[in-house]
Every structure is written in C-alpha cells, then in structure tokens.
Design a protein around this ligand. Structure first.
Ligand SMILES: Cc1ncc(CO)c(N)n1
Length: 216
C-alpha cells in the first residue's frame, strides 16, 4: 500500500469529524454567520501568504527538478489565491484589514514554517499535504452537499471543488509517495506524524473561525 493510502487511513476519523463541524455544515447551506466567514477569510489570507512561503522553501530543497517546478507552482498559486481573496472576497464581504494572526492560524503556520526549515524535505512535503488533500475532500464534499440556492459563499465552494485544484492535489500526493518510497522507515513515520499534526490543525482552524477565537 502506498504511503498516502496508509496515512489517509490513520486520519479517516479526524477527517469525518471535520465533515461534521458546524462551520462546514453552515458553509454548505449558506447559513454561516458572516462574521465567522470574515474571520475565516482574514485568517486564511494570512495563512495562504505563509503557506506560499513554506512551499517556496520546499521548492528550494526538494531534489528532483520537476518537483522543484511543482512546488514553485503551488507556491505561486497560494499567493494568487491570497490575492484573489484580497481583491474580491474582502471587498464583497466588507473586510478592510486582515488583522493579526490569531492562535489557531499562528500555530498552524509556524508548524509548517518550522517543519520546512528544520526537518527533512520528506517530512516537510508530508506536513503540507493535508493543506491540499483535506481541502479537496472537504471542497468536494461541500460541493456535492450544498443545498442553498443563493449561497453567499458559493465562490469559496468553487475554489476548492474544481478540477484545477484536484490536479495539483494529485501531484502533491504522488510526490509524497515517491519520496516516501525512497526514504527510511523512520522518516516515513515522521512524515505520517507531520501529516496527522497538520490534519488536526485544519480542524482547529475551522473551529477557531466558528468560535471567533482570538488572543487574550
Ligand atoms: C487553513 C487552510 N488550509 C488549506 C488551504 C488550502 O490551500 C487553505 N486555503 N487554508
């Protein structure tokens, strides 16, 4: 069994807990309080900036040149989506300022940044994989289960439910499987741990938005 298949099994329960979150349910049916979506968007804009920086660091470290190109594209895309958020959603929803990093986003971003900086590149690609994979699965789930006619969050739903994103996700999974195959059992274990940690933080990111959780 591939590393990715084995690893997904370890987070299946966590993934199902994400699907049951009120943030996801209310986003799907369009009932999510605007204030919560605005909080999410502003934090996600900060998240995407640092996610892009993390992906660039991986691009600089990964061995295979084709993989360098892939992570450069992923990095560019993260910043492009950040810009789109800024240019369109911020205006549409009346967000004027991103504000500061709040605890859940701060925790997640710093985990990704320090993993990319200090761990091996194998562990780094595994740490960023849930950012791709969980979003695709949640995006597809919301896309299929949406039941609102004029969902104010439609544009968001389409960003992660689309084919273009899915192709990038498949590439990221394939690269993880390739590097996993060529490394040691010990590193594969650390890759899986990093993947689980990021999965947990995806959960907490949505939870924090739902609870409007800020620093003291
Ligand atoms: C928190 C979070 N994780 C993953 C993605 C998708 O890249 C996103 N936009 N935000």
């Amino acid at each position: 069994m591939k590393w990715s298949e084995q690893t997904w099994q370890t987070i299946e329960e966590k993934y199902n807990s994400i699907l049951k979150m009120p943030f996801i349910k209310e986003l799907s049916d369009g009932t999510l309080l605007l204030e919560k979506f605005k909080f999410y968007m502003a934090q996600d804009s900060l998240y995407l900036e640092h996610f892009g920086r993390t992906l660039s660091l991986i691009a600089a470290k990964i061995q295979d040149l084709q993989d360098v190109l892939a992570y450069m594209r992923f990095a560019e895309n993260a910043i492009v989506v950040e810009n789109a958020l800024h240019e369109s959603y911020f205006k549409d929803f009346g967000v004027t300022d991103k504000g500061i990093l709040q605890p859940a986003c701060h925790h997640y971003i710093h985990f990704l940044r320090s993993t990319a900086a200090l761990e091996s590149v194998e562990v780094a690609v595994a740490a960023v994989l849930p950012c791709f994979w969980i979003y695709r699965e949640v995006g597809d789930y919301i896309y299929k289960n949406q039941n609102a006619i004029n969902n104010p969050y439609q544009k968001w739903i389409e960003t992660y439910g689309g084919d273009e994103f899915s192709i990038a996700v498949d590439q990221a999974i394939a690269i993880c499987d390739k590097v996993a195959e060529n490394t040691t059992e010990e590193t594969r274990k650390r890759m899986t741990e990093a993947f689980i940690t990021s999965t947990r933080m995806e959960y907490h990111f949505w939870e924090a938005a739902y609870q409007l959780k800020t620093w003291m």
